[in-house]
Design a binder for this molecule. Structure first.
Ligand code: WT7
Length: 651
């Protein structure tokens, strides 16, 4: 890597102006021309009239009945968008394409890890969704019921989500890499009536036994009455006679027609659980109307998707990135998406680049952790392939470091693709701070808030800061925002709206430069960002203390070359236990089993004691500093200062 080039980026001096032809042909430029808007600044300024902006772009969707009012903020922070509007997100994603030539366009190109390929047109998708929607009804699923979906990256996953949304059932997708316990907790929290899973799936050439985990989870999930099992691997699995049914047998003979339920804009579309600062995940609630408007508008503007594009969002549908930008938004936009089942560099380092070339991917959206992993495999892998179909790239999940930015830009984008660094969260539903094709880029910055979105950086007193780190806040509501935390309005108010009244607290530390560009620095709470996925340190700690040998534990994030952050834990054993290498391994595996492999700590050390305040609270700040080898600062309020040095001797 040219060191000089890196230095320039590190000093934030290099600006990448968007190429003329990208700007001229872009969706956003076309929209600006229609509106008589001259440039980027004027666009952002004009969209500060948020009700005008969102009301205008919402007209691009099909509504059964238009809204009376764009925004109702009379019961803040319980905002309502497109009040009294009637809509169905699946109708917009699938049904409406039946009226145009789009019905014969490919909606999904899917590739399994073993190399099997499937293609579904919009019409195929329409038929599959309708059959499954009818099948759901035959199992007694009604509007408002919760359906758990525990599926890997197979086409039945979007089909199941769309079918739920079509009949007004609420889906809650649980990432297929999560453990039985994680699935059980989530199904119990939302009181799911049905769970959809599969016999297994392929990951690095091995079969992951989803059905086994689901069975384990459902031993103690009384609300779940039925389990639908997708046949992916064809392996034999245990089927409970009175409870389980195979997907293919269930849909057989079902009608290929199903009416879309007329939903209120504010009816719940889905619940997606994400980590917070306590041991209990938060059920983020998204709704049908505003969410549809927000995700569609942001995808169309940021990634500039056109009829001829082949879009690859390389996330898993189990995270919000996949919900918004693999399932709902690309379908509403009528785009062809690519979906891949398996592990990135399997069986060779060029699997991804081979697929980009083979399928002619034009826009690729991935995470810095994946870019760094590919970088480490070596330049020879992407160099084996002709990647000239790519015209735009994207990044999400964590700040992209300059080394990774340069590599992505050169080796993958051949220096001709702008990189869209999109900042957003499970809660925000859609991209919030992100470039448009007309935005000059500063590598490492997600640039400026999108039209209709207003963000700022606050100090402790709620004053706006320039060029200084502070709390990242969103200063006004937006259509795709979460509506609440499932069954927990109080926690919703407390977590997001209480620190600065009337303002949404993102939980990130960031800086805004003098040109209004945002530079995200990381989380401000006890949440670790592992490979772009959020994990609460408290969750790891509660998993550890549930092991019979553990008395106490503290988990902190430490920097990691590829994952961005990794978990380090300090464990105090019960009196009768002796530390050993075996126990160490056992505990690391235990955490992986309790939560999912993502949560497995990279480092684990046994200590006699953890530093605590006089009131008995673990001093995380001190532990974090120690773990990173930084100065610990003031320890005068500790009840046991000797524990601080003890951390150095953790074994
Ligand atoms: C957290 C949200 C929704 C995307 C997937 C993660 C971090 C996300 C960026 C970015 C810097 C980013 C933030 C945020 N983050 N995108 N472009 N630059 N940081 O969703 O699990 O809800 O996590 O991811 O810390 O708060 P999530």
């Amino acid at each position: 890597m040219a060191k000089k080039e890196l230095d320039v980026l590190l000093k934030e001096e290099r600006v990448f102006e968007p190429p003329e032809d990208l700007v001229e042909r872009s969706n956003i430029k076309q929209w600006m021309d229609e509106q008589g808007i001259a440039d980027y600044d004027e666009l952002l300024e004009k969209a500060e009239d948020r009700e005008w902006y969102w009301g205008e772009v919402a007209k691009e969707l099909d509504w059964f009945k238009p809204w009376d009012k764009v925004l109702d903020d009379s019961d803040a922070p319980f905002f309502k968008w497109f009040v009294n509007g009637k809509i169905n997100i699946t109708y917009n994603a699938v049904d409406r394409h039946m009226k145009t030539w789009h019905k014969n366009k490919v909606a999904y190109i899917w590739e399994g890890e073993p190399g099997d390929i499937k293609k579904l047109t919009y019409r195929d998708l329409y038929i599959e969704v309708n059959k499954f929607a009818n099948a759901l009804k035959s199992l007694g699923i009604k509007k408002g019921d919760r359906v758990g979906i525990y599926l890997p990256m197979v086409l039945e996953l979007p089909i199941a989500m769309l079918a739920c949304a079509k009949i007004g059932a609420i889906h809650s997708v649980v990432f297929s890499g999560f453990s039985a316990k994680s699935l059980r907790d989530r199904m119990n929290d939302c009181e799911a009536k049905l769970v959809i899973t599969c016999d297994g799936f392929y990951r690095r050439g091995k079969i992951v036994a989803s059905k086994e985990s689901a069975d384990e989870a459902l031993k103690d999930a009384p609300s779940v009455k039925n389990v639908v099992v997708v046949r992916r691997t064809g392996e034999d699995v245990d089927m409970h006679n009175d409870r389980d049914i195979y997907w293919d047998e269930l849909v057989e003979g079902e009608s290929t027609h199903a009416d879309a339920e007329e939903m209120d804009s504010e009816d719940i579309l889905y619940i997606l659980y994400t980590s917070g600062t306590t041991g209990r995940p938060k059920g983020i609630v998204h709704v049908q109307g505003g969410y549809a408007v927000g995700i569609y508008n942001t995808l169309k503007n940021v990634f500039d998707l056109k009829k001829e594009d082949i879009w690859w969002c390389a996330a898993d549908v189990g995270w919000v990135t996949g919900h918004s930008y693999i399932v709902y938004a690309p379908l509403i936009a009528g785009v062809t998406s690519f979906m891949y089942e398996g592990a990135p560099a399997y069986p060779h380092g060029d699997r991804w680049w081979e697929m980009v070339e083979k399928h002619g991917i034009t826009v690729l959206y991935t995470a810095p952790t994946a870019i760094r992993a590919h970088m480490r495999l070596g330049d020879e892998w992407p160099k084996k392939h002709n990647l000239s179909s790519l015209r735009l790239l994207g990044s999400v999940g964590e700040p992209i470091n300059p080394e990774a930015w340069i590599w992505y830009h050169k080796l993958i984008g051949n220096e001709k693709c702008q990189i869209m660094d999109t900042w957003w969260q499970t809660e925000t539903g859609n991209f919030m701070i992100s470039p448009l094709p007309i935005t000059p880029l500063k590598p490492g910055s997600a640039t400026r808030p999108l039209p209709g979105i207003t963000a700022d950086i606050f100090n402790e007193d709620g004053e706006s800061l320039i060029n200084k780190g502070g709390h990242l806040v969103i200063t006004a509501p937006w259509p795709a925002m979460l509506r609440t935390l499932y069954k927990d309005d109080e926690r919703y108010k407390e977590v997001y709206w209480s620190r600065f009244p009337g303002v949404y607290l993102a939980g990130d530390v960031a800086r805004k430069d003098s040109e209004g560009y945002f530079w995200i620095q990381g989380r401000s709470d006890d949440v670790v960002n592992i490979s772009g996925h959020r994990l609460g340190t408290m969750e790891v700690e509660s998993a550890l203390v549930s092991h019979p040998a553990v008395a106490e534990a503290a988990a902190v994030g430490i920097p990691h070359e590829i994952k961005g952050e990794a978990i380090k834990v300090y464990v105090v054993l019960k009196k009768d236990q002796t530390p050993s290498a075996e126990l160490k391994d056992e505990l690391r595996i235990w955490v992986g089993k309790e939560i999912g492999p993502i949560a497995r700590p990279d480092e684990l050390g046994f200590v006699e004691d953890l530093p605590k305040t006089r009131s008995g609270k673990i001093m995380r700040r001190v532990i974090k500093a120690k773990a990173k080898g930084e100065p610990v600062g003031d320890v005068s309020t500790l009840s046991n200062p000797e524990a601080v040095d003890g951390l150095d001797n953790a074994e």
